[in-house]
Ligand binder design. Structure first.
Ligand code: B1M
Length: 212
C-alpha cells in the first residue's frame, strides 16, 4: 500500500485537483492526523512547486492548479481542525498586504487561530493600507495579522504599521506578521509586535500578544 502522505504530496505537486478530496478523505478515514496531512504532505508539496517555479520547470498556471488542489484538500480538513476551544481568546483580523494574492498561508493561520479559540475576521487578499486602517477602526481587534509572500510586498507591512502610528491606533492593537520571505529580524525592524514562522507558531504568538 502506498504511503497516503506521499500520495497527497504528489497529488498537490502535480495539481490533481479532481482526486485530492477522495485522497484526503481516505487518509482521514485511515486515522491520519489532519495536521500531519497539512504539515507533512501539503506544505512540503508547495515548497516543491515553488522550487520548480523558481527553476523554470513549471509556470504560473501549473502553480495555480497546485494551489487550487491544496485549497480543496484544506477545505475538507478545515472542520476537523476547527474543533478546538469554545471561549474567545480575542479578535484577530487577517489579511495579505496590498499587491499580494497569496492566501494559502494566511488561510491556514486563520484556521489554526479559529481552532485555538480566537475570533478571526479574514479581510482577504491585496488589502490597501487605507482599507486596513478603516477596518481596524471599525472592528477594534486585539491583533492585526499581516501576511506577505513577495519580497516586493513586504514593505507594505511597514506602511501599515507607520499608518497605524500616524492615526493614533498603534497602541490599541498588536501587529503580528508572517509569510515566507518575512523573518524575525524584518518583523523587529519594522516594529511589529510578533512574528510567526508558521501557522502553529502564529497561534502561540497571538496567545502571547493577547495574554490568553
Ligand atoms: Co507565487 N510566488 N507568485 N503564486 N507562489 C512564490 C511566493 C515564489 C517564492 C515562487 C518562486 O519564485 N520560487 C515567488 C516570490 C519570489 C519573491 O518574492 N522573491 C512567487 C512569484 C514570483 C509569484 C508571481 C509574481 C508570479 C508571476 O505572476 N510571475 C505572482 C504574484 C501574484 C501576486 O501576489 N500579486 C504569483 C502568483 C501565484 C499564484 C496565484 C499562482 C499562487 C498563489 C495562489 C494562492 O495563494 N491562492 C502562487 C503560489 C502557490 C506560490 C508558491 C508556490 C506557494 C505559496 C504557498 O501557498 N505556500 C510560492 C513558493 C513558496 O512559497 N514555496 C510562490 C504554502 C503556504 C502554506 O506557505 O504562504 O509561506 P506560506 O505560509 C506559511 C508561513 O509563511 C506562515 O504560516 C503559513 C503556514 O505554515 N505564514 C504566517 C503566512 N502568513 C502568515 C501570517 C502570520 C504568521 C505566519 O501572521 C499574521
Amino acid at each position: 500500500m502506498s504511503d497516503p502522505v506521499e500520495t497527497i504530496k504528489s497529488a498537490v505537486i502535480s495539481g490533481r485537483h479532481a482526486e485530492i478530496k477522495s485522497l484526503v478523505q481516505a487518509a482521514v478515514d485511515a486515522g491520519l492526523d489532519p495536521n500531519r496531512i497539512i504539515n507533512d504532505a501539503m506544505i512540503p508539496a508547495m515548497d516543491v512547486v515553488g522550487k520548480d517555479f523558481g527553476s523554470g520547470k513549471i509556470f504560473v498556471p501549473e502553480m495555480l492548479v497546485s494551489a487550487v488542489t491544496m485549497k480543496a484538500g484544506v477545505d475538507l480538513l478545515k472542520p476537523l481542525l476547527g474543533a478546538g476551544e469554545s471561549r474567545s481568546r480575542g479578535t484577530v483580523i487577517m489579511a495579505t498586504v496590498k499587491g499580494d494574492l497569496h492566501d494559502i498561508g494566511k488561510n491556514l493561520v486563520t484556521m489554526m487561530l479559529e481552532g485555538a479559540g480566537f475570533k478571526v475576521i479574514d479581510l482577504g487578499v491585496d488589502l490597501s493600507v487605507e482599507k486596513l486602517i478603516e477596518q481596524v477602526r471599525a472592528i477594534q481587534p486585539d491583533v492585526v495579522g499581516l501576511s506577505a509572500l513577495l519580497t516586493t510586498t513586504m514593505p507594505e507591512i511597514q506602511k501599515v504599521i507607520a499608518e497605524l502610528k500616524a492615526q493614533g491606533l498603534r497602541a490599541k492593537v498588536k501587529v503580528m506578521v508572517g509569510g515566507a520571505p518575512v523573518d524575525r529580524a524584518f518583523a523587529e525592524k519594522v516594529g511589529a509586535d510578533g512574528y510567526g514562522a508558521n501557522a502553529a507558531e502564529a497561534v502561540t504568538v497571538a496567545r502571547t500578544l493577547t495574554g490568553s
